[in-house]
Design a protein around this ligand. Structure first.
Ligand code: PLP
Length: 427
């Protein structure tokens, strides 16, 4: 494998080899990352990338799409089954585009959107002033109760009634608890807004009912395919067939969403990625994927327990899903930038993250977000979580102690030998 690449472009070949080795030799705690299966990898690296297929199965603008149609239809049917969706569009190139496409399909520029604040766990595409969403739409935000670390749904309702948005967004990048999607939907219905749920992070857990699945509840659901869902990089949009806000019009909700994706925002779909999405959806439909997702949450809880034993401050005091947010400023007197650096040194990969009421900056915040999807894919369970919690505490308490860092690094390298990754890939 990669034989031609090695000969034709050794620089890129070496970059790939180095990155694969880094992935093999580290404890991957970035909550939005995962390791796809060899079958998903294989589907991505195929000549399907050569094809142009603007349009949808059976209605393409180019010839020669008979097999591409089969692949896209399989992806759609599998996604529908996985989430219980009425309609699915598997063409969005990424999570941010999927959100952009829904806004574009259902709203006018400057329309009002109510979403979670970035510093409380929302995503850039939920209306950050530096993002297209914050620039093109009139954004209002809800946060979390600083005392409990939880979303206060009464506050969401009050804000919705005052601001009367055209869309309410539920979903997050950094919130460790389950969401009350039903209540979000009720509030949206009350104020005449669409409810879009962005389950980019928790899609795998939703598909397996390990946390609440909003697909049967919300008008529209967007998700990435590469996080807990463990598919290739990309996204999809799921929605109801009918438009609750504007029923009985020529274009129902499903058609509006499809039109928003193509020709609204995108040109040709990435057919190799859609094939790989189909492969990942088939994997997620197997019973062992549910067991895997249950283990992700068990691992996150075990990690939380391990950290709490050392009096580490966690936002909301724990987790219901795959991620935890540590207040490392309060717990260890260290901020995000340095924490990520020293953890990199010991091969534990983590991302700095704003936490509610953060006293730092987005580039050097008080929080660290850590997650268990990738290490659970590698096969780690509760005993390893205890060990990882101890490593975090040791390194963050002693960020400049070279001996401690050397010891932790060698313990990390020793432990991961028991959890091989991509063993059968011959590169
Ligand atoms: C909630 C949420 N929505 C959207 C995205 C954007 O996904 P992408 O990076 O594929 O654009 C992310 C990515 O982290 C996310 O967490």
């Amino acid at each position: 494998m990669l034989k031609s690449l090695k000969e034709s472009d050794p620089e890129i070949y070496n970059t790939i080899i180095n990155e694969v080795d880094r992935q093999k030799e580290g404890v991957e705690m970035i909550a939005s990352e995962n390791f796809v299966s060899p079958a998903v990898l294989e589907a991505m690296g195929t000549p399907l990338t050569n094809k142009y297929s603007e349009g949808y199965p059976g209605k393409r603008y180019y010839g020669g799409n008979e097999f591409i149609d089969v692949g896209e239809n399989l992806a759609i049917e599998r996604a529908k089954k996985l989430f219980g969706a009425e309609h699915v569009n598997v063409q969005p190139h990424a999570g941010s585009q999927a959100n952009m496409e829904v806004y574009f399909a259902l709203l006018e520029i400057k329309d009002k959107i109510l979403a979670m604040d970035l510093s409380c766990g929302g995503h850039l595409s939920h209306g950050s002033p530096v993002n297209f969403s914050g620039k093109h739409y009139t954004m209002f935000h809800y946060g979390i109760d600083p005392k409990t670390g939880l979303i206060d749904m009464d506050e969401v309702e009050r804000t919705a009634k005052i601001t009367m948005p055209k869309m309410i967004v539920s979903g997050f990048s950094a919130y460790p608890r389950d969401l009350d999607f039903k209540r979000f939907q009720e509030i949206a219905e009350d104020v005449g807004a669409y409810h879009m749920s962005d389950i980019a992070h928790i899609a795998g857990l939703c598909a397996t009912d390990v946390v609440t699945n909003p697909v049967p509840i919300a008008d529209v659901v967007t998700t990435t395919t590469h996080k807990t869902l463990r598919g290739p990089r990309g996204a999809m949009i799921m929605c109801k067939e009918e438009d609750r806000i504007k029923p009985n019009t020529k274009k129902n909700l499903a058609k509006k969403i499809d039109f928003g994706v193509f020709p609204g925002m995108q040109g040709g779909p990435l057919d190799h990625m859609i094939a790989a999405k189909a492969v990942a959806f088939k994997e997620a439909l197997q019973p062992d994927f549910k067991t895997h997702c249950e283990q992700i949450v068990k691992n996150a809880r075990a990690l939380a327990e391990g950290l709490l034993e050392h009096d580490v401050e966690l936002v909301s005091g724990g987790t219901d899903n795959h991620l935890l947010l540590m207040d490392i400023d309060k717990s260890f007197g260290i901020r995000g930038k340095k924490a990520v650096q020293v953890l990199d040194e010991v091969h534990i990969y983590t991302n700095k993250n704003m936490i509610p009421g953060d006293r730092g900056t987005p580039f050097n915040p008080c929080g660290l977000r850590i997650g268990t999807p990738a290490i659970t894919t590698r096969g780690m369970k509760e005993p390893e979580m205890k060990q990882i919690a101890d490593w975090y505490v040791k390194v963050l308490k002693n960020p400049d102690d070279v001996t401690i860092k050397e010891n932790v690094k060698s313990e990390v390298l020793d432990m991961i030998k028991d959890f091989p990754l991509y063993e059968n890939l011959d590169y």
